[in-house]
Design a binder for this molecule. Structure first.
Ligand code: DP6
Length: 344
């Protein structure tokens, strides 16, 4: 029997991935760029065992068994890593035939699943990394990211720390659609992220289905595809220069445009709620008060805010959030405050 346990972090995009040019291979319509958050707090943990006696692959997600045969994407990750292991075993007859064993996978997140907090990214990254460890694959992270991408697009970026780009690539087979590190986490230690859990409910429209609906029906998406390459270049430069004002402006503009194409999708997709919009207004008011960029918000496919800011501003931002969005606020809206926010 062979077993491994791995954890993988969450990443939050500052230039969003939204749309696929190939839904089978998970090839995106545009490049994206994210910041990987500290593993200590938000992560997925995956344990895998391979044993000759296991007659089938089985998966437990947050303690509940899932039917792995119905999960094509996960199946693809198994198939790809097994094929690499099989090739190694064929080359070296002395290796244990792990590729022929069934595997049992146990995976858990320490944060709400499917609430727009990148749970699929960290979950699939942890799975693929654990499989690579189990099979002792001599593979670099960028190559492994091509397999993680087939589990969930954004997962490919969670294989790296720091600042990570996912390059769309041009090839039809996806061979050049992979994640690359722009800069390690040590490059910009003053930059911090604050995760405000506005709701831990499962989102109404999954990213996978939402982005396809956008591709099929949003005329505004063409405009987004036109501007993203320029934004990617400017964002990369802002990160390399540790230029917070440029980073903040691009982050907020890109989040807003992503939610605009969601609204332009027909029928429209609403991920933000009144609290999310309140946080947007608060951050703009805070920046205006200081006459410059002190903080930036971004929202994925859900109402939860991630606020990026230099460390020195974080205390004040947390106080502002607590002041304007008090816990247990008597509200008719469908808003959930967790204790009152999970502040990381
Ligand atoms: C809004 O990676 O969850 O978080 O590839 O279909 O699994 P699939 O989608 P997923 O989409 C993430 C979308 C996003 C933006 C981002 O992380 O870049």
């Amino acid at each position: 029997m062979a077993s491994v346990t791995c954890t993988a972090p969450v990443n939050i995009a500052v230039i969003k991935y939204w749309g696929k040019r190939d839904t089978e291979l998970i090839l995106p319509t545009n490049d994206s760029l994210s910041v990987t958050l500290s593993q200590d707090i938000l992560h997925s943990k995956t344990s895998i065992s391979a044993q000759a006696e296991f007659d089938q692959d089985r998966l437990w997600l947050n303690g509940k068994e899932e039917d792995i045969t119905k999960n094509k994407r996960m199946h693809n990750c198994f198939r790809e890593t097994r094929a690499l292991r099989r090739a190694m075993e064929e080359q070296d007859g002395s290796l244990p035939k792990l590729s022929t064993f069934g595997v049992h996978v146990c995976s858990e997140n320490n944060f709400p699943t499917a609430a727009g907090l990148a749970s699929s990214a960290s979950g699939l990254a942890a799975l693929v990394f654990a499989l690579a460890q189990l099979y002792k694959l001599p593979i670099d992270m960028s190559d492994l990211s091509r397999i993680a991408r087939q589990g969930s697009g954004s997962a490919c970026r969670s294989l790296f720390g720091g600042f990570v780009a996912w390059e769309t690539g041009k090839e039809d087979d996806g061979s050049d659609s992979r994640a690359v590190q722009i800069a390690p986490d040590t490059h910009w230690p003053e930059l911090e992220a604050l995760v405000c859990v506005v709701s831990d409910k499962k989102k109404g429209t999954s990213s996978t289905s939402g982005m396809q609906q956008t591709i099929e029906s949003s005329p505004l998406m063409q405009e987004r595809l036109r501007v993203v390459p320029g934004r990617m270049a400017a964002m990369t430069q802002a990160i390399l220069d540790r230029d917070f004002p440029a980073f903040a402006e691009l982050t907020m503009q890109d989040s807003n445009q992503f939610h605009s194409v969601c609204l332009d999708t027909y029928p429209p997709i609403f991920y933000l709620n009144d609290t999310s919009r309140g946080i947007i207004q608060l951050i703009h008011a805070y920046n205006k008060l200081h006459g410059g960029y002190k903080a930036a918000y971004t929202f994925d496919a859900g109402p939860n805010a991630v606020i990026y800011a230099p460390k020195e501003n974080m205390k004040e931002i947390i106080q502002l959030i607590h002041h304007y969005f008090p816990a247990g606020q008597d509200t008719p809206r469908d808003v959930y405050f967790s204790d009152p926010y999970q502040v990381f």
